[in-house]
Design a protein around this ligand. Structure first.
Ligand SMILES: Nc1nc2c(ncn2[C@@H]2O[C@H](COP(=O)(O)OP(=O)(O)OP(=O)(O)O)[C@@H](O)[C@H]2O)c(=O)[nH]1
Length: 496
């Protein structure tokens, strides 16, 4: 926690001022709000000039590449110096603190500096300001003392609570949902991931349009004394309607694109399934060590970071059981408590892949202060996307760091559980064995005579089936094996 840094404050003031000046020059209407920067076409209906757009993007700290310019641009403002706020009613003080600590990790992942945190016990949040008025005033004092530019609320605020609290603390207020959406936006790499996140962001934005308009016009009125200057025109009903229509158009387009991408992914998955390649999905709370486990199981170099949500796009890797059977390993997006429903919705098709796996490795960070709450959060999402019917093994990871009593407790509570350390490799023999045992085996007995020149078929039998006995005869290799239905069909010509 550092002392107030006036330079930072000035820089952000400057940022807003310059953007406004540029916008005035370009005759466009830049709009700021609690957690977004919305750029639109000029108010007289002319097309927004590309150069103006680039200039605005530069000022806002965005990349100036133009190819991804969309009709409505929405971006989270950089959060820099933040104070966290939590309200808790039920539960214990310890739980409330854990939750705020997690919010702090999320805020840091989003690139901000966390200066302080404030917690209030209150059975019912205030409908107007969320925190009670006394606590909100205390929060404002902390914001001033620390020189913070943003408050992050550990909940999903209603638009009016956000505005009410912003009126008291006088800096931008954002909620947990907006923060998580921001992290996802930063981490999305693939076309599909980006489209999924944008869809979630727009869905979050849509019901908040009206609220933003009101708060913006009030804010601008306070800044510009004449009240008639650029930015002081609050968007009227028509403007909001226009925004809403544009956003709805964009949402429809994203949905169409995503459904096209889903079809492609389904086809790929079906071809994997048609070959009867068994699959294992890795799911788990963010930062639990999913990528590290995937790496150990496959030897693949997947990005491992001590950051929340390093993995957004599902990674599919080939792996082998110890007896040489091939299977696919799918790494999924990290889960988090109260994962915003807009995200679950947007990532539904990705998460549904878990439901089609033969086995789910549910990775838990054994060194976390409350691993049970993580398990619950992950299971809620899995149930939500219909993936709770698949056999699940709880893999308690980070055994090298975790308290042995906690590991014991988890292993005793879960029917199928195992403790490992992706760092040291401890427990991986058992984990491999478990995967061997759980994956479906080829179970159709066949007797074949394979010509000597078809060594490729014998290799496939070894890879995809189970070879029980071979005997070399004058006519070829006589094989007893267990195979999958697909392999049986393909080898029918060689059946004895
Ligand atoms: N001490 C210890 N650290 C581990 C272990 N496994 C992973 N880590 C560390 O935990 C952090 C997160 O690991 P990842 O594998 O990226 O976790 P993840 O679950 O894929 O993370 P997300 O992408 O956020 O969902 C990294 O800093 C890892 O080095 C372990 O067994 N022991």
């Amino acid at each position: 926690m550092t002392a107030r840094n006036t330079q930072d404050m000035r820089r952000s003031d400057l940022l807003d001022g310059r953007a406004e000046a540029l916008a005035a020059e370009a005759d466009v209407d830049p709009r700021y709000d609690n957690d977004g920067f919305l750029i639109e076409g000029s108010t007289d209906g002319d097309q927004f000039d590309r150069e103006d757009r680039a200039a605005l993007r530069r000022v806002a700290g965005l990349s100036t590449e133009l190819e991804d310019v969309t009709e409505v641009e929405y971006r989270q403002l950089r959060l820099e110096r933040v104070v966290l706020a939590g309200v808790w009613g039920e539960g214990t003080a310890e739980e409330a603190e854990h939750s705020l600590r997690e919010l702090s990790a999320l805020a840091e992942t989003a690139g901000s500096t966390v200066l302080a945190g404030v917690l209030q016990r209150r059975l019912k949040p205030d409908p107007g300001t969320w925190m009670g008025s006394g606590k909100a005033a205390e929060l404002r004092d902390i914001v001033i003392a620390e020189g913070a530019d943003t408050v992050i609320a550990d909940t999903e605020l209603t638009p009016s609570q956000r505005r009410g609290l912003e009126d008291v603390v006088k800096v931008k207020v954002i909620d947990r949902t907006a923060l998580i959406l921001d992290i996802f936006a930063q981490h999305a790499k693939s076309k599909e991931g980006k489209a999924q996140v944008e869809l979630a962001q727009l869905q979050y934005l849509l019901p908040r349009l009206r609220g933003w308009g009101e708060s913006m016009s009030r804010q601008a009125g306070g800044q510009a004394a004449g009240g008639q200057g650029m930015g002081s025109r609050g968007p009227g009903e028509t403007k909001i309607e226009l925004d809403r229509r544009r956003i709805n158009t964009r949402i429809a387009k994203l949905r169409r694109e995503l459904s096209g991408m889903k079809t492609m992914r389904d086809t790929k998955r079906h071809s994997r399934r048609a070959g009867q390649v068994p699959s294992v999905a890795i799911a788990g709370y963010t930062n639990a060590g999913k990528s590290s486990i995937l790496n150990r199981l496959t030897g693949a170099g997947v990005l491992v970071q001590n950051q929340l949500f390093a993995t957004l796009d599902p990674t599919v890797r080939r792996a082998e059981t110890r007896d040489g059977r091939g299977y696919t390993l799918v790494d999924t997006v990290g889960f988090v408590r109260e994962l915003p429903h807009q995200l679950v919705e947007a990532f539904r098709s990705t998460l549904e892949e878990v439901g089609e796996a033969d086995l789910v490795l549910h990775v838990v960070d054994g060194s976390h202060p409350d691993p049970e709450s993580q398990i619950t959060a992950v299971r809620e999402v899995l149930a939500d996307v219909g993936a709770d019917q698949v056999k699940e093994v709880v893999v308690v990871n980070k055994a090298d760091l975790a308290d042995p009593h906690v590991i014991d407790r988890l292993l005793r509570a879960e029917k199928h559980a195992i403790a490992v350390s992706a760092r040291t490799g401890a427990g991986f023999d058992e984990l491999q064995q478990l995967i061997d045992d759980e994956l479906p085996r080829p179970d159709i007995r066949v007797e074949l005579l394979l010509p000597y020149q078809r060594g490729d078929l014998l290799s496939r039998l070894h890879e995809e089936g189970e070879v029980l006995a071979t005997e070399h005869t004058a006519d070829g290799t006589h094989v007893h094996a267990k195979v999958t239905p697909v392999l049986q069909g393909e080898l029918a010509a060689f059946a004895v």
